[in-house]
Design a protein around this ligand. Sequence first.
Ligand code: FES
Length: 87
Amino acid sequence: MPKIKMKGKEVTIPKDGNSSSKFEELGIALSCCGGICGTCKIKVLKGIENINPKTEEEMEFQLEKNERLACQCHKIKGDIEIDYEEW
Ligand code: FES
């Protein structure tokens, strides 16, 4: 099963694909969970091709190519490595 790695920590995405709780386990602040607040912005260091394409909500943000909103990463099909800084 795919893993999310961040700053030496690692979580495994369960079979049901619920990645949101796993991002929270890593300390990422999920607030609206709808792609509106932007608090969950992450930088994808490796494996960006393993995440579903950017959603319409993400297009509203001025995200760099390697940046995503964690709450909008619904389908992760392979390992990724990310970085996150609390706002
Ligand atoms: S939790 Fe608000 S944009 Fe992701």
